[in-house]
Design a protein around this ligand. Structure first.
Ligand code: KG4
Ligand code: ZN
Length: 331
């Protein structure tokens, strides 16, 4: 009998559901919340309300697209954390209700583990072998991890302040770009040159820091705008190219050190910032076998929750109805 997993993702501002049949993706539905665009960041209360409004339709759409009746589901997997508590609660309550009503197992999934395990979907894209080096780069996380198997993740280094995605979003906001600024900066960067330089962080080991870059950009813009009030408008593309180059260089420097220190031959990327074309290009030049997720699987999606849930289910890691959402959760 086929193993059919419904994956549910509600950790931040995307309401998503996916159906996976024997490791193959049958449906992957994401409803993005545009409510936050005008606020320069995700408003937690708006996000959880929007999840409540959308989750039933999103799950039903994923099942109908997959041509699966809910009675045929083997298990339901959901994002337990990390993320916004109110948003996580919606997925948690929905998944537990389904598990109870259909009498099927519940699988609790770690969002950042799922960003890396998305590469194991049995579809057209290549799958790495364990062990591998993972780089998670999202709006809330930046970590280098050693992955020995689907359940064993060891943090080698992580950001001491902002995440890489946050660095894009916050500096983008200084440039007057809407949230999330990362994808827009990526597009504008391609039209400019990295002619401006900013201070480099000096963080030991494999850890990262982006807050110094943020401050450096802030002071640089203030100074230049005192001389030319139109400075941002006149230099937008070059500014985006320069900030992107700075973020990419912080990431790539530590990735190279991690490759040398661990001797791991494969680098697997996950998280929204792994869509960044500057980062992709710089990593392609590194001496490592590179696994980049296809673009629809870089930002938050439920396909990654379904595959992580499938791997946990096969390993017998079933949760129960006392499973609680966790805003903070170690990988
Ligand atoms: O993984 P994700 O969808 O959500 C979290 O778990 O945080 O990542 C969202 C982050 C945002 O900060 C967004 O600006 C960034 O990923 N992002 C990008 C790009 N696409 C998304 N950053 C740089 N370049 C991109 N192309
Ligand atoms: Zn994410």
């Amino acid at each position: 009998m086929a193993t059919i997993i419904l994956g549910i993702e509600t950790s931040c501002d995307d309401t998503a559901a996916a159906v996976l049949v024997d490791g193959k993706l049958r449906a992957n539905v994401v409803a993005q919340q545009l409510e936050h665009e005008n606020y320069g960041g995700v408003i937690p209360e708006l996000a959880s309300r929007a999840h409540v409004e959308r989750i039933t339709a999103v799950v039903e759409t994923s099942l109908s697209k997959a041509n699966i009746d809910k009675k045929d589901l083997t298990a339901v997997a959901y994002t337990q954390g990390p993320g916004l508590l109110g948003s996580l609660l919606v997925g948690n309550a929905f998944a537990k209700s389904l598990s109870l009503a259909l009498n099927i197992p519940l699988v609790s999934v770690h969002h950042m583990q799922a960003h890396l395990l998305v590469h194991f979907i049995d579809d057209a894209f290549p799958t790495p072998n364990f062990p591998f080096l993972g780089l998670t780069v999202s709006g809330g996380h930046t970590q280098l991890v050693r992955v020995d198997n689907a359940a064993s993740f060891t943090i080698l280094g992580e950001t001491k302040d902002d995440a890489a995605g946050e660095a894009f979003d916050k500096t983008g906001k200084m440039l007057g770009l809407p949230y999330p600024a990362g994808p827009i900066m990526d597009k504008y960067a391609a039209l400019g040159s990295p002619i401006f330089t900013f201070g480099k962080p000096s963080v030991p080991n494999l850890d990262f820091s982006f807050s110094g870059l943020k401050t450096s950009v802030l002071y640089f813009l203030r100074e230049e705008q005192d001389k030319d009030p139109e400075f941002i408008k006149n230099n937008l593309h070059d500014l985006c190219a320069s900030i992107q180059a700075a973020i990419v260089s912080i990431l790539v420097k530590k990735v190279k050190t991690a490759i040398n220190q661990t001797g791991l031959k494969q680098l697997v990327l996950g998280g929204g910032v792994s869509a960044n074309s500057g980062l992709r290009k710089a990593l392609e030049a590194c001496d490592v076998e590179l696994y980049l997720p296809p673009l629809p699987y870089t930002t938050d999606n439920a396909a990654m929750i379904a595959i992580a849930g499938f791997l946990k289910f096969k390993a017998g890691e079933i949760d129960n109805l006392s499973s609680e959402p966790k805003a903070r959760m170690s990988i």
